[in-house]
Design a protein around this ligand. Structure first.
Ligand SMILES: [Zn+2]
Ligand SMILES: [Zn+2]
Length: 349
């Protein structure tokens, strides 16, 4: 098997040839046909998150080097272990990457993506910048029907993250108003999915006028600039007293504070973005506004199944995707880090 791996954190990816793996028991061997390149791959590669103010969060623990990145994976089944009955050689599948230990209470509750002993592909264990991957159980393989493989793989990360957050606000937002903060990749993925999840009126906040326009093009009722001091008052007027839910895809001090401030009574703020900083709020505001704050991290396997059903039913809009050969994995990461990539790159093997 051929993989593109880093041998030291931050060092260029190199092509490594390894022994071809086999599948036994519950395992499935997948010939990787495409793998999306995600912005979080850069953090894994560098081994840290930037928390701002010169602080870094080290994320090197538990990862063996050399390491294969890639958590947005599609492929064709090439072999199955003796216990596998629900997929067969030749099946095309998208791979749910947020795999847990499959033994703890969290995993048993269906929240493998929150497991404390994660085996997430391309995050904790080798991922999809390769031609061959062993998936520990066929339950992590999902049919993507007639969708293009390049589109299907992107749903495992930005699509699932957006969907998981939307599910958390649905009960508050239905019949009301929802604010999406940040019209970047995940925010726009949320806009593409939102209409299938909730009938709320959706507003977009972004400090960048081009992204506000992208939010309007994606169906927002209005787009606002949260950095303008006049916006709070006008937005409260426009919404008749605030929104029922906010999803913050930025996760900065200013965005989370704005998202909480514009909540109507009984509203909920869901924080997805990892930009950094801290959140503070006068404690009496929680009971007085009966408000809640919740974090959301990617999504569960059952949410992934729901999302693929929506996608296969043609309910989600398309994303701009640029295919590149897998051999350009390193150049692609470099380009992404330098900010030279518009849309998503999906590596082809
Ligand atoms: Zn990702
Ligand atoms: Zn677990």
């Amino acid at each position: 098997m051929k993989s593109y791996q880093f041998e030291e954190y931050g060092a260029p990816l190199v092509e490594n040839i390894g022994e071809n793996p086999t599948a036994s028991g519950d395992e499935v061997l997948v010939n990787v046909t495409a793998c999306g390149v995600c912005h979080s791959d850069i953090h894994m590669w560098e081994g840290h998150f930037d928390l701002g103010h010169g602080k870094q969060l080290d994320i090197k623990a538990g990862r063996e080097l050399p390491f294969t990145l890639g958590h947005e994976i599609v492929g064709i089944v090439t072999a199955v272990g003796e216990n596998v009955t629900d997929v067969a050689v030749g099946d095309k599948r998208v791979v749910f990457p947020w795999i847990g230990c499959d033994q703890c209470n969290i995993c048993a509750s269906g929240n493998e993506h929150l497991c404390n002993r994660p085996r997430a592909l391309g995050i904790n264990v080798n991922g999809g910048y390769t031609d061959t991957l062993v998936v520990p159980n066929s339950k992590y393989l999902l049919d993507y029907g007639d969708l293009s493989k390049d589109l299907a793989c992107t749903y495992t990360c930005s699509g699932l993250t957006a969907y998981g957050a939307l599910k958390k606000v649905k009960s508050r937002a239905d019949g009301g108003k929802l604010l999406v903060i940040g019209a970047g990749g995940v925010g726009l993925a949320a806009m593409a999915i939102a209409k299938s999840v909730t009938n709320a009126d959706i507003y977009v906040a972004d400090i960048d006028p081009e992204k506000r326009q992208a939010g309007l093009d994606a169906g927002a009722v209005a787009a606002i600039d949260p950095s303008d001091p006049a916006t709070f008052k006008s937005f409260m007027g426009m919404t008749g007293g605030g929104v029922n839910a906010t999803i913050d895809f930025v996760g900065a001090e200013s965005s989370a504070a704005f998202g909480a401030k514009v909540l109507a009574k009984g509203g909920k703020l869901v924080i997805v973005g990892l930009f950094g900083g801290s959140f503070s709020m006068p404690i009496p505001m929680f009971p007085i506004k009966a408000m809640s704050v919740e974090g959301s991290y990617v999504g569960s396997l059952s949410e992934m199944r729901e999302l693929m059903d929506l996608a296969k039913a043609g309910k989600l809009s398309e994303l701009a995707i640029t295919p590149r050969p897998m051999a350009e994995a390193n150049a692609t990461l470099e380009d992404l880090r330098a900010g030279n990539i518009v849309g998503r790159v999906v590596l082809q093997s």
